[in-house]
Design a protein around this ligand. Structure first.
Ligand code: HEC
Length: 136
């Protein structure tokens, strides 16, 4: 918990330094693919709520979709690529039940269509590290 708090403070400091020289808008973040790992996790965490992933995916328990921990366990085991999946370029490997796949597929075809590469990368990094944030 302390670690998480510390992490947010560091990020806040980083952003507040930046705003002294110029405005830090979303657009600004999106045009900087060289974000650090921690900034990606932070941004990914935010996007996971903003893009409504959280309404169907809890961290540790099944909701409408599988939990983030379950998804990541399988993606790590099978060496899967979240970004490719969310771009519609690779097939589902977690829950392959037709009805479940259809639910997630409609997100990919719908609101995820216009998501930027940086945003997808951040979401994927966040999901990959959700375990660290949770247990330490
Ligand atoms: C309306 C509910 C819903 C929303 C919103 C949603 N998902 Fe899903 N998601 C599902 C369901 C159901 C599955 C199980 C089917 C499957 O595995 O493809 C799933 C599966 C997944 C998988 C595993 C795919 C695989 O290989 O099987 C990933 C990764 C994923 N979601 C990421 C996301 C992200 C990131 C967001 C937000 C941008 C999101 N989901 C939003 C319902 C949802």
């Amino acid at each position: 918990m302390m670690r998480l708090l510390y992490f947010f403070i560091v990020i806040l400091l980083l952003f507040s330094c930046k705003t002294e020289s110029k405005d830090t808008t979303d657009k600004d973040v999106n045009t900087h693919p060289e974000l650090s790992k921690d900034s990606k996790i932070f941004l990914g965490n935010r996007l996971f709520s903003e893009k409504t992933c959280i309404t169907c995916h809890a961290i540790n328990r099944k909701k409408v979709g599988p939990s983030v921990v379950e998804i990541m366990t399988i993606y790590k085991e099978k060496n899967g690529n979240i970004v490719e999946f969310l771009r519609g370029k690779s097939d589902p490997i977690v829950d392959t039940t037709a009805a479940q796949v259809a639910i997630m597929q409609s997100n990919i075809n719908g609101f995820l269509k216009n998501i930027t590469d940086v945003e997808l990368d951040a979401i994927s990094t966040y999901m990959l590290h959700v375990d660290d944030l949770n247990t330490k």
